[in-house]
Design a protein around this ligand. Structure first.
Ligand code: ADP
Length: 331
């Protein structure tokens, strides 16, 4: 009996365990159910967020596509514009090349004409001048005053015309068969100053110069250039004032910039370009002698040396003529 009693106790204990287990399971299940419920409840939340995210992404993508299409149109337009510019540029370049060629051949023709005309005019002019001189000699003191006066006019005008024609001939010759060599401008200037010795002495001119470079150029023409500019600085001096002339050079980028500065009569602003045109003079021959060819010659020589020439001046306060010569110069 006692044994049965024990069995019952054991039975009772294991039932109790089962009850505990059931209750544990129940709790576990309850948590599981609650979790599932929570998950289910969360799904609609996440779904909305996901949907919104997908919508946003889609909108962003559509925007990107729109932007891309707009950018493509922009790029195509830009490309078309660039192509148009390139075509216009090519057209313009062609037009400029044609115009340049026309200008070059017109210039050549004109130079040829000036050369032939001045060359052929020299001979008859020499005849006129010689016979007028003969007449002057023959009738000097024998003819009436009026006739002597007329003869003087003829001789004077013929001689002036001879100078002009010689100047024109020299001008048209510049650049014919020009060849470049290495020129030491210091030596060149020394020779020019020696050539101008008489007028330097007569005017009491003082010339100072800085150290000049060695350039590539044509010796005869560069000499002519310095000589024309220096002789003008001496010629166009102020009355009762000795010429003070200084020659300098500075380097700028690919060029040497030469300057010839004087303390002479100066030039009005409005004439600064005009004076480089052939036969343009600002004074009559009785004030200052000359033909008006000197600066046109300088301009032509500088252009043949691939440079530029200009003047800075103030009336009554002297002038500075500048010209450039490239450091690397080729003919
Ligand atoms: P020309 O010396 O035979 O008159 P140019 O062509 O050399 O001719 O000069 C043209 C004009 O420029 C001159 O008549 C003069 O009026 C002016 N000119 C040139 N050089 C100077 C200078 N250094 N100072 C003032 N005027 C000048």
């Amino acid at each position: 009996m006692a044994q049965n009693k024990n069995i019952n106790v054991e039975k009772r204990v294991s039932s109790k365990d089962t009850v505990f287990n059931i209750s544990d399971d129940y709790q576990g299940e309850k948590y599981t159910v609650e979790d599932s419920q929570r998950v289910l409840l969360n799904i609609p939340d996440n779904y909305n967020a996901e949907k919104k995210y997908a919508d946003d992404t889609q909108r962003a993508l559509l925007n990107i596509l729109d932007d891309y299409a707009a950018e493509k149109i922009n790029m195509e337009n830009t490309q078309r514009a660039v192509l148009n510019i390139l075509e216009d540029y090519a057209d313009e370049k062609k037009k400029v090349e044609i115009a340049n060629n026309d200008l070059a051949s017109a210039n050549k023709e004109l130079e040829q004409f000036a050369y032939v005309a001045s060359h052929d005019l020299q001979e008859p002019l020499r005849t006129i001048s010689n016979f007028a001189l003969l007449l002057e000699e023959k009738y000097l003191g024998k003819a009436d005053e009026e006739m002597e006066q007329y003869l003087k006019f003829i001789v004077g005008a013929a001689s002036k015309m001879q100078n002009l024609i010689k100047g024109l001939l020299d001008f048209s010759r510049i650049g014919r068969n020009i060849s470049f060599a290495t020129i030491d401008c210091n030596h060149l200037l020394k020779e020019v100053i020696e050539n101008l010795g008489a007028s330097i002495e007569e005017s009491n001119a003082n010339i100072t110069t800085s150290v000049l470079p060695v350039v590539m150029g044509n010796e005869i023409e560069l000499k002519q250039l310095f000589q024309n500019l220096l002789s003008n600085s001496i010629k166009f001096r102020k009355k009762n004032t000795a010429p003070e002339i200084s020659i300098a050079v500075e380097e700028k980028n690919m060029n040497y910039i030469f300057s010839i500065q004087d303390n002479g009569i100066g030039i009005e602003k409005k004439y600064r370009e005009k004076i480089f045109i052939i036969f343009q003079r600002l004074h009559n021959a009785s004030e200052y002698s000359g033909t008006g060819i000197g600066l046109a010659t300088c301009k032509k020589i500088v252009a043949l040396h691939n440079g530029k020439i200009w003047v800075e001046s103030k009336l009554g306060e002297g002038s500075t003529f500048h010209f450039t010569i490239p450091k690397e110069n080729f003919k």
